[in-house]
Design a protein around this ligand. Sequence first.
Ligand code: ATP
Ligand code: MG
Length: 368
Amino acid sequence: MYLKTIQLRQFRNYQEQRVDFSAPKTILVGNNAQGKSNLLEAVELLATLRSHRNSRDRDLIKESELVGQITATVERQNGVSDLSITLRRNGRRSVALNSETLRRQLDFLGVLNAVEFSSLDLDLVRGGPEQRRHWLDTLLIQLEPIYAYILQQYNQVLRQRNAFLKRNLESASKNEAQELALWNVQLATTGSRVARRRSRAVERLAPIAQAWHSSISGSTEILEMKYAPNVPLEQNEPEQVQQAFLAKLETREVAEQHQGTTLVGPHRDEIELTINQTPARSYGSQGQQRTLVLALKLAELKLIEEVVGEAPLLLLDDVLAELDLNRQNQLLDAIQDRFQTLITTTHLGSFDSQWLKSSQILSVQAGR
Ligand code: ATP
Ligand code: MG
């Protein structure tokens, strides 16, 4: 797939700007705070309707404006599509495909795919489990857009069940026990859908990441990646997983009522990353952790390509200069010209001349 053009209107620090991409690699160069990452963020929104920085829509819209807009033209094997996202201060987004406003945001997903790699991604190794879950969820949305809906359903049930538990702290009349039983079934149904999909995605991702990791690090270190659910998933039949879920809920009932919050479910799962059986978090130098994240990102890229059947975009936010020449070259070899790549940097000096020769170079200054 190829992002041909993007147009930003009242988005972040952009008033009105169109960008035409004329090469498989585009380098956005400029000083700090000029709008390089903002442009990448717009591409990320087109691909996932999510932002890395987890911003509210009111922060995405240009200061003192009411509405912001991102539009783009994407070329794929089966034709050309126009995408558009309109952001409003009250948080009500609308999305359109080929100028037709879509009723379900779900139908917007899957037209453009992109993998972002920024320094924030080091949190994949160093941060808490919620960061890894968020990363995996964003990947799943791209592999299978229906997942956005599945996750949303789970989160909604979880919120409502939590509210119920809070209202009924320590008490349980007969009616309430019945209501809780209903919530339990919904939580188990939606929760096992989420957990099973996540677990399957990790299973596919793990060997690809492992291969990249050993190739980039040039060592015999073994990267392992496992989905660690808090409800066992070995029984792969959905009904069995739901039963296991309900059984686990029963064992935590007293604790849940005491704490007024849901203690069982994929919102508490972990994605374990180990190198030679040592948790990656407590392992290695910054450079080694960056290598690990690079391997994860390349694995993501390959898996999306495999599942979707077309190469996604790669968005490299300020990370290239942080890689040594050997890793830069590995990355260059991996993407060749097969993945359209947008790269931000504050200076061109650290780039291999090969990169510079084969790239479109755009300078970014004060939102232009
Ligand atoms: P760096 O090299 O530091 O990463 P950058 O070029 O990537 O810089 P961006 O993060 O793209 O910088 O842009 C940051 C600029 O955008 C800041 O000056 C910030 O104040 C501005 N900005 C962010 N959101 C808005 C908004 N809603 N309205 C106006 N300006 C905004
Ligand atoms: Mg930036």
